[in-house]
Ligand binder design. Structure first.
Ligand code: 5GP
Length: 211
């Protein structure tokens, strides 16, 4: 276990595509600039406006495989047909320097990180319903119908793992979700427990709706 020498906190945020994870994490970091967002490596092509080294390190498949075989990744996984990986060194360096760091990664990566950093705090963001998720994906205008279908199917699979996470929040209203995110990571994780319990019914209906 790696936590013995570290002083910063490691946060993991996972969400299905379209649940609003990137906007929520960005807003959290604006409120709490002491937190750093980890930059992953990916083999997918940059989208419009994405910057090398900021949004991702964009690499080809060969480079990704070399990094992976050299043991450079804390975790890596395949999502939506591309490979993604979190480099270990920057995470370790930031934690050692006392800096908090957020990983925005898929559920497989999240569970693997917990095996290495057992005191990392993992949080899953869900949409209020599958219907809302579909509307959001369609509204973004970034994906074809076939891609949206694939992302909804992937969302069902991802949501079926939410009970393995330390915290689950619902992104229904952005400000409330941001408040919940900040409560878990920054203020006091206990403050969300009651709310989480209250929301359990919603989780159950969400889980039932994807069965
Ligand atoms: P996107 O290509 O839309 O930015 O991300 C697609 C998915 O890959 C998201 O669920 C995102 O959280 C996940 N992802 C991004 N970086 C990493 C990473 O380093 N590791 C893992 N396991 N998943 C990642």
């Amino acid at each position: 276990m790696k936590e013995k020498n570290k002083t910063g906190k490691l946060f993991i945020v996972t969400a299905p595509s379209g649940a609003g994870k990137t906007s929520l994490v960005k807003a959290l970091v604006e409120l709490c600039p002491q937190i750093k967002i980890s930059t992953s490596h990916t083999t997918r092509k940059p989208r419009q406006g994405e910057r090398e080294g900021v949004d991702y390190y964009f690499v080809n498949n060969d480079t990704f495989e070399i990094l992976k075989n050299n043991g450079e990744f804390l975790e890596n996984a395949e999502c939506h047909g591309a490979k993604y990986g979190t480099a270990m060194t920057p995470v370790e360096e930031n934690l050692r320097a006392g800096k908090d760091i957020i990983l925005e990664i898929d559920y497989k990566g999240a569970l693997n990180v917990k095996k290495v950093f057992s005191d990392a705090i993992s949080l899953f963001i869900v949409p209020p319903s599958m219907a809302v998720l579909k509307e959001r994906l369609e509204g973004r205008g970034q994906n074809s119908n076939a891609e949206i279908k694939g992302r909804l199917a992937a969302a069902k699979e991802e949501i079926s793992h939410l009970e393995k996470f330390d915290y689950v929040i619902i992104n229904n209203k952005f400000d409330q979700a941001l408040y919940d995110l900040k409560s878990v990571f920054i203020d006091s994780p206990e403050s969300i427990n009651l709310e989480t319990m209250r929301q359990k019914k919603i989780f159950q209906s969400l889980i039932n709706s994807i069965k």
